[in-house]
Design a protein around this ligand. Structure first.
Ligand SMILES: Cc1ncc(COP(=O)(O)O)c(C=O)c1O
Length: 397
């Protein structure tokens, strides 16, 4: 980890605001995630990176990295045209125009596997497949959430929630000509996406820990049952994808799982500071500039307010990264164009023009705010930068 002073020196002269990737920390995160994955392959979640060159770098860094989990059909097409192969769509595509574009890539020999969870999805895909003469590889998203009194522990995504709904989709697949069942995905969002040592959460952390512990064996039993059904129906799978950055330790315990997904685990946005099962390093951060000093201990910066998606909670705001010890104003927070940062009167002496470094709550969303990301490697600022999707003129929603 580098200090405020070190980053300030390395990045001196750069115009504000800027995003910066510390490759020294990113490489450490790659190493940690490889160790965590043990003998499972790792699929890279593009939504949590949104920089094609960096995804290429990670894929090339170790054989255990295999394929991309894309978040939009157009993105999948873009990535295959850029030379990426083995793309799994993490979410359903029901836009027929985009399905045709995906089909054309498949015709050229590219592998794009569609995600789905219902007969309605199958009908749309089959009709497009028939119209252009393409057999689409498909993956079924199996719901991994659980219900406890008063709590839906998980997400609302897939309609495959039990054996009955699973068999309905299996039966439908056996009747179709233009789909090929290649994979399954069971994303246990309640383990992967919720921290259990969130600052200030007190007892809520214990409740989450308890629910997570209860949830894990149930997830395993359900995924095993799904695999029994796969055998019963005579399907031959290429992969069973599970988990995310937050759940690797438990996901990899299951024999049936062939690959885990990791996205946020590369940048380690600040929501990933709050897990008891691993420690990663904040490799991506951004800088705003102090432009005024309304009082000696208050430093007001230009810009800053990149709040993350999802339920509106305090944790979705960026956090102050460096220098340490500052606080946002309770009323203004991280502002649209002005962000006051408070320090105790005598513990720091910052000047107009100095940087303040912040971290975003979610990994990939910061890249929607910047065209490029500066790169520090081996302690030095590189002359080249990484272009984000935004910088490449792309926006996948
Ligand atoms: C389907 C799916 N798999 C895996 C992940 C994990 O991604 P990350 O490692 O960025 O948390 C997500 C995140 O939302 C997801 O939606």
């Amino acid at each position: 980890m580098k200090t405020y002073q070190q980053y300030k020196e390395i990045l001196s002269g750069k115009s504000f605001p800027y995003a910066c990737l510390d490759m020294d920390l990113l490489k450490e995160n790659i190493r940690i995630n490889l160790v965590r994955a043990k003998n499972k392959k790792i699929r890279i979640a593009s939504k949590s990176i949104r920089i094609p060159e960096l995804m290429k770098f990670i894929l090339a860094s170790d054989d255990k990295f295999n394929g991309i989990m894309a978040y939009h059909g157009k993105e999948a097409v873009y990535l295959t045209q850029l030379g990426f192969d083995d793309i799994l769509l993490g979410y359903p595509v029901v836009d027929k125009t985009i399905l045709v574009e995906i089909g054309e890539e498949i015709k050229k020999g590219k592998y794009i596997c569609l995600m789905l969870d219902s007969k309605a999805h199958l009908d749309i895909i089959e009709s497009v497949g028939k119209s252009i003469g393409v057999k689409f590889p498909i993956c079924l998203d199996i719901d991994m959430s659980q219900d406890y009194p008063g709590v839906h522990f998980g997400v609302w995504r897939s309609s495959i929630v039990d054996e009955h709904s699973l068999e309905e989709v299996f039966k439908a697949i056996t009747q179709l000509e233009f789909v090929q069942l290649d994979g399954l995905m069971g994303y246990e969002a309640q383990i992967a996406g919720i921290g259990d040592k969130v600052k200030g959460n007190g007892l809520k952390n214990n409740v989450i820990s308890l629910l997570k512990n209860r949830s894990v064996p149930k997830i395993k039993a359900w995924r095993e049952k799904v695999l029994d059904k796969v055998k019963e129906y005579g399907f031959t799978l290429k992969f069973f994808n599970g988990g995310g950055t937050g759940s690797m330790e438990t996901t990899i315990q299951e024999e049936g799982i062939t690959e885990v997904t990791v996205g946020s685990g590369f940048f380690c946005s600040h929501l990933f500071d709050y897990y008891s099962n691993f420690t990663l390093y904040p490799s991506l951060f951004y800088a705003i500039q102090i432009v005024r000093k309304p009082k000696p201990n208050i430093y007001t910066c230009h810009g800053g307010g990149f709040t993350a998606s999802g339920g509106v909670e305090k944790t979705k705001a960026p956090i102050l990264y460096l220098p340490e010890g500052g606080k946002f104003d309770a009323n203004e927070g991280v502002g649209e164009v002005q962000t006051p940062v408070f320090f105790e009167k005598n513990n720091i002496d910052l000047q107009i023009g100095d940087p303040i470094y912040l971290r975003h709550a979610k990994a990939g969303e910061l890249c929607e705010r910047f065209n490029e990301v500066l790169i520090i490697d081996d302690g030095k600022l590189k002359t080249e930068t990484f272009k984000t999707y935004r910088g490449l003129g792309l926006n996948f929603g």
